[in-house]
Ligand binder design. Structure first.
Ligand code: ZN
Length: 89
């Protein structure tokens, strides 16, 4: 069976690789200012569809934790904010 051919019953968006899922995880934190303890925290390989999904359960992914701690997510969020402002002008 080819991965990704079957629609996953989780109803979650599926990513073809762990690195794609991690990018999406970090992107989500840039787009949405999640409060501590909410929002997706990690990615996992799904038994059903063989692709990766984001999850809000479990321990926070190391890359996400590092990006939150070193301020890179906050900086990119500010950049996105200004891009949006610019579009409206
Ligand atoms: Zn799945």
């Amino acid at each position: 069976m080819l991965a990704g051919m079957k629609k996953c019953t989780s109803g979650k968006r599926a990513y073809g690789s762990e690195s794609l899922a991690l990018e999406a995880l970090i992107e989500a934190h840039i787009q949405f200012n999640y409060r501590t303890g909410s929002g997706p925290v990690s990615v996992y390989l799904c038994d059903e569809c063989g692709q990766y999904h984001l999850t809000s359960k479990g321990l926070m992914n190391e890359r996400l934790a590092a990006a939150l701690t070193d301020g890179s997510i906050a900086r990119q969020r500010a950049a996105v904010h200004w891009q949006e402002r610019f579009k409206k002008l």
